[in-house]
Design a protein around this ligand. Structure first.
Ligand code: ARG
Length: 459
């Protein structure tokens, strides 16, 4: 039988393969709530404009609530023959209220309908991402506060560079996530315009009020061009781009947790709640959650590339290609929210091994820069010469298998006669970090100041 929604000109129904490639109901059922919200706003507007009678609009709006409760209660029978969520909902509405259901689609197309539904859905996900990011920031801030003055090695090239504080390292991620929140906020603000009323592509001859539907659905305004309204998915791409960058940040932190929890580093202990064992090696406690977070970015960036690839080269306005937007975004959003929750749990639970951090910070000639700076400050050497003198001392210590503070004053004077015993003050890691008082530096006082800035911002 021909399709009951659009089959007027068709003599036969679709081939089974056609139905299989065309139907989106298996995934776009996730838009049910947004679809019904949009339809209810549309029906109310049609009545207010005198396009529908109040009776019909009331029946439609009530009936849609019944449909929603059936769907949310798991009592709804989805049909692939009805293709998508829009037609599944409308067909059920017709069963419930009869003829007035057929009037709901006046001055509307599935093209503006799906664009509206999907914007509402992605807008909610922006809010969820911001909430998830704020929760992770909270966990990192708590870690930073606990260890504002714990000393650990800072790395470049994953080689010991200079001592830093644990709090400073945690705050580095708080800053990154703060920018991530900003990206979701920006994307949300830009996407918050309503496509509804663009109809198929050209607008409509009915006297609709697009400002009313936009306001009813919490949008700032209607989209200003009907072709654009039904045919762009840049809002979903912005969500995926922001999600990709956030996933990249999570992946870097995850990688650090994997390294730090290894027996060779022992910087942190991850909780049992966020670790797993091995079925053969009884001693194992593996950082699987961190590894999975490190890997999940593949799905998110994959979705971003997939949707960009779908959209490139599409002529205006709507093409069915765009139905491929949803699974990518659904999967990326689910992945992102799960990764954020897992990371928040792991960071909240993890315990730093303060003595291992400090021991690591004290090895690897980590205060060589402090020594060079001392030669500049106290002996007035040009920095290049100070660098060279310090390098010779590092080579001497390395040859002896000791660290810089283990050399004697005489050893040091053999390289530069001006060096005095005062130099040992700057070779300790605590003095080193305490000296980094430039704005944004690693000194504990700076870290505490930044923590209170963040607490004020987060409120
Ligand atoms: N299921 C479709 C989608 O996701 C809805 C829009 C269909 N519009 C159309 N003219 N076939 O894009």
């Amino acid at each position: 039988a021909a399709n009951q929604m659009w089959g007027g000109r068709f003599a036969s129904g679709p081939d089974a393969i056609m139905e299989a490639i065309n139907a989106s109901i298996d995934f776009d059922r996730r838009l049910a709530r947004q679809d019904i919200e949009g339809s209810r706003a549309h029906a109310a507007m049609l009545a207010a404009q005198g396009i529908l009678t109040d009776n019909d609009a009331d029946a439609i709006r009530e009936g849609l609530l019944t449909v929603l409760s059936e769907i949310e209660g798991g009592r709804f029978e989805f049909s692939a023959a009805l293709e998508d969520i829009h037609m599944n909902v409308e067909a059920r509405l017709r069963q419930l209220i009869g003829e007035p259901a057929g009037r709901l689609h006046t001055a509307r197309s599935r093209n503006d309908q799906v664009a509206t539904d999907f914007r509402l859905w992605v807008r909610e996900q922006c809010d969820a991402a911001m909430d998830g990011l704020a929760a992770l920031q909270g966990a990192l801030l708590a870690q930073a506060e606990a260890g504002a003055d714990w000393v650990m090695p800072g790395f470049t090239h994953l080689q010991t560079a200079q001592p830093v504080t644990w709090g400073h390292h945690m705050l580095a991620y708080v800053e990154m996530l703060g920018r991530d929140i900003g990206r979701f906020r920006d994307a949300r603000a830009r996407m918050n315009e309503c496509p509804l009323g663009a109809a198929a592509l050209a607008g409509t001859s009915f006297p609709i009020d697009r400002h009313a539907t936009a306001a009813a659905l919490g949008f700032d305004r209607p989209m200003a061009n009907s072709l654009d309204a039904v045919s762009d998915r840049d809002f979903a791409l912005e969500f995926l781009a922001a999600s990709s960058i956030t996933s990249m940040h999570l992946s870097r932190l995850a990688e650090e947790l994997v390294i730090w929890s290894s027996a060779q580093f022992r910087f942190v202990t991850l909780s049992d709640r966020f670790s797993t064992g091995s079925s053969i090696m009884p001693q194992k406690k593996n950082p699987d959650a961190a590894e999975l977070i490190r890997a999940k970015i593949g799905r998110v960036v994959g979705a971003n590339i997939a949707l960009l690839t779908v959209m490139k080269g599409l002529p205006l306005a709507y093409s069915k290609d765009m139905q491929e937007d949803k699974e990518q975004v659904f999967d990326a959003a689910d992945t992102l929210m799960l990764a954020l929750a897992a990371m928040t749990g792991m960071v909240g639970d993890m315990r730093a091994n303060v003595s291992a951090l400090e021991a690591a910070a004290s090895s690897g000639f980590s205060t060589a820069t402090d020594l060079a700076d001392w030669l500049v400050r106290v002996l007035d050497l040009p920095f290049r010469e100070a660098h060279h003198v310090t390098g010779s001392l590092v080579a001497m210590a390395e040859a002896r298998g000791c660290d810089l503070p283990d050399l004697s004053v005489e050893d040091m004077q053999s390289v530069h006669p001006g060096i005095t015993g005062d130099v040992f003050d700057v070779l300790g890691v605590h003095n080193s970090v305490a000296s980094r008082v430039s704005f944004g530096g690693t000194a504990p006082d700076q870290v505490r100041a930044r923590i209170s800035d963040w607490k004020e911002r987060i409120g």
